[in-house]
Design a protein around this ligand. Structure first.
Ligand code: NOJ
Length: 732
């Protein structure tokens, strides 16, 4: 359809029809030919209002989508197709590692490839829009949704966000097969809730907001992402879904976003709870004035938007602008001509968990694991001469896919046990303990049933194996429902029963490799003390078992790097490497005397952002710069020679950090400005070069201008955010 035809169609639509386009309901409200049959949450609708909606939320599958779309379009006065939106976060049927783990790969290539595979599976299932990428910067591991972010660094999040958009939207021609629309979320600042409590308020200075939090969203918008979602939180006391400054000035005007803006789930009505709208009608008005095009599952737009226009409180022009954007998106996806897009049962069968996607998932997961300790125990031997016992509640666990995997199909998962058996048929196994802590709830408020006799039995079994085996692989961690939306925790320790298992077994057999599963950074100090090796594997997805076995037995070599700092204790949170300098800086230790920090804890993390070991050693030359002085339109090349000084081929992620030595406002200790991977054989040396331009040195100065300031800059190139390998140059 041509743009002029969209305009023509809109001229023929009634106000109620137009408002309908701005309403999203759960897919299960439409499963029986336009009738409300499923649970309706708190949304009050009737058959007529349901028959006019513009989009549905939740995967239906290709077969149901066809039926729903046919029935719906037949009844709709202008036969306008529905948009189907779904949370395809780290895969649809083939589940890739969770986004936090994706961040640990530092690999836009792998992230793009996995997003592409996810888009193809989703498109086959009839999905038109995915609610991804989630680009909320995260600094507090208590927040349950850190699992959905690629981590604590603005630059890395931006690069990986771009990669996700390319994966979903291809070349941004949404008509093409396998391309679906992306949706950047949660705009904005959702990753900084007070105390790490989900849905809590966010207070950020405009400088911090613009410099650290906005860039990743901005990057994805620049890459062409066609949708944005508002966040649940308030930003500096204004809930996002009613924040005109944020949506109209920052997002639309400054960032140049001209796509569809959707609210988060019931976020429009939640402005009543926030205390800035007296009722749903007032909430609808705030949201439309802020420029929210689609109200996701609340009563506001469907019940009050038409009335607000008729009573002269909202200009119809605002409705028209929103509806135009929504219809344009439908048109860009080609839905007027082909309302099912790529949805087809045959394509589902060909793509879901196909070999190609599985092998990508295996490689991607292995690249996301972070080896934080290895006292010459890994890799393990496949030969029968070494007896290995796999112990722990994650060994035979199929729930390795993180909290955003719908539908959950545990039978697709390769367990650690299945993966390990491929390498070593005669492995020993015992669960050792329950997965969930006694008396503690997951994010659904569920507690695990404990049977004391069974608990004693499985522990005794594990002790027995620990005596027999040469080495123990303990598969421990936080169950998947300890993170995700509504999954904030005040403690980030391993469940106590699992920790006790580790302690008990360590007394019997200290040759322990701990494989740690989680959706957040955990407190790992004691775990590392009790283990000879610790491999953080996050939530690795469908091929998790094969990927873990590949790394443990040396068929793949670890290369993952921490995308969030690992704290020593929860009291250090929020913790992040790019913090600001203080007047009383601390060394790495406790704050003894009147200096910044804690008297009972270090200020530094246990393992810094960017850290991760492999099975070889890399050495770095000094940093060499092509010049010592740079003008504003000049550039400097910064290089290092990296040598593989160990015994196997491996990949190093070389990281570039910069520090502005003196600014008109306080500058971070250092900021990541680039990362490059290099694969080297034993004794091989390679050169890695980064280009430094003036653009990379800009920040919000004392007058809030985004500029660079002449002066001295330090350039660090090394293994992680702690590297001291440095050179300096002058910006003149
Ligand atoms: C609420 C979540 O905050 C958001 O991330 C998600 O996309 C929507 N629900 C839709 O499921």
């Amino acid at each position: 359809m041509k743009i002029a035809d969209i305009q023509k169609l809109m001229n023929e639509m009634s106000l109620e029809e137009k408002v309908g386009q701005m309403v999203q309901i759960p897919a299960n409200m439409l499963t029986d030919g336009g009738l409300i049959t499923g649970p309706t949450d708190s949304i009050e609708m009737n058959e007529e209002t349901v028959s006019l909606v513009g989009s549905i939320l939740g995967k239906t599958g290709a077969a149901d989508l066809r039926k729903i779309q046919n029935d719906f379009m037949e009844k709709h006065p202008h036969h306008i197709p529905l948009l189907l939106m779904h949370d395809v976060i780290n895969g649809l049927e083939t589940i890739f590692p969770i986004p936090l783990a994706q961040g640990c790969t530092f690999s836009p290539e792998l992230v793009e490839a996995a997003s592409r595979a996810s888009a193809k599976e989703a498109a086959a299932a009839g999905v038109h829009v995915t609610f991804s990428p989630m680009l909320d910067l995260v600094r507090d591991a208590r927040w349950g949704r850190v699992m959905e972010s690629t981590g604590e660094d603005p630059w890395l999040n931006g690069e990986l966000g771009r990669a996700m958009v390319r994966g979903y939207q291809g070349d941004n021609d949404l008509l093409k097969e396998g391309n679906i629309a992306g949706c950047v979320k949660h705009f904005a600042g959702y990753g900084a809730p007070e105390g790490g409590r989900d849905y809590d308020n966010v207070e950020l200075s405009e400088r911090t907001f613009r410099e650290d939090y906005l860039p990743a969203y901005q990057a994805a918008v620049e890459e062409g992402c066609v949708m944005v979602m508002t966040s649940f939180n308030s930003l500096n006391r204004i809930p996002s879904s009613g924040n005109q400054w944020l949506m109209r000035k920052i997002l639309r005007e400054e960032m140049g976003f001209d796509g569809v803006l959707i609210s988060d789930y019931s976020a429009v009505d939640e402005m009543i709870n926030h205390g800035i709208a007296e009722d749903s009608r007032a909430a609808a008005k705030l949201a439309i004035l802020a420029g929210v095009d689609i109200d996701m599952v609340s009563n506001a737009y469907v019940k009050y938007l038409a009335e607000l226009v008729r009573q002269g409180e909202v200009e119809e022009r605002l409705i028209d602008e929103a509806v135009f954007r929504i219809l344009k998106l439908k048109n860009d996806l080609g839905l007027f001509e082909n309302p099912y897009k790529d949805g087809s049962v045959e394509k589902e069968a060909a793509l879901f968990c196909c070999e190609e996607h599985r092998s990508l998932a295996r490689k991607f997961a292995a690249a996301s694991f972070v080896l934080i300790k290895n006292d010459e125990i890994l890799p393990l031997q496949k030969e029968a001469t070494e007896t290995i016992a796999f112990i722990g509640p994650f060994v035979d666990n199929k729930e390795l896919y993180g909290s955003w995997s719908f539908p959950q199909k545990p039978d697709n998962t390769v367990t650690i046990m299945a993966g390990a058996k491929q390498k070593k048929a005669e492995m020993l196994y015992a669960p050792g303990c329950y997965i969930q802590d006694r008396g503690k709830c997951n994010r659904y408020g569920q507690k695990q049933e404990y049977d004391d006799a069974e608990e004693a039995r499985i522990l005794a079994e594990a002790i027995d194996l620990a005596k027999k085996a040469d080495k123990l692989v303990l598969c421990l961690g936080e169950p998947r429902d300890y993170t995700g939306e509504g999954g904030s925790k005040a403690s980030i320790k391993l469940p106590e029963n699992q920790f006790q298992l580790l302690k008990t077994l360590q007394q019997i057999n200290p040759n322990i490799v701990t494989v740690l599963f989680s959706g957040r950074p955990l407190e790992v100090q004691e775990i590392t003390e009790l283990s000879k090796a610790v491999l953080m594997v996050w939530m690795p997805g469908t091929e998790g078992g094969n990927a873990v076995a590949d790394i443990l037995f040396g068929d793949a070599v670890p290369e993952g790097r921490l995308s969030m700092s690992l704290p020593r204790s929860v009291g250090q949170l929020p913790i992040y490497y790019n913090k600001f300098r203080t007047g009383r800086p601390n060394g790495p230790g406790n704050a003894v005397g009147f200096i910044n920090g804690y008297i009972d804890e270090y200020t530094t993390p246990l393992y810094p952002f960017g850290y991760g070991l492999t099975y070889t050693d890399f050495t770095y030359s000094e940093v060499t710069l092509s010049k010592k002085e740079m003008t504003k339109d000049d550039r400097i090349l910064a290089s290092v020679q990296v040598t593989n000084a160990g015994g196997c081929t491996a990949t190093e992620t070389v990281q570039l950090y910069m520090q502005d030595v003196k600014g008109s406002v306080i500058r971070p200790i250092r900021s990541l400005k680039g990362a490059k991977k290099i694969t080297l054989a034993p004794e091989e040396t390679g050169e890695v070069t980064f280009e430094i331009t003036e653009e990379m040195l800009r920040f919000y100065d004392i007058n809030m201008n985004f500029v660079s300031e002449p002066g001295l800059f330090n350039v660090f190139i090394g293994h992680d955010s702690d590297t001291q390998n440095m050179a300096e140059f002058l910006l003149v």
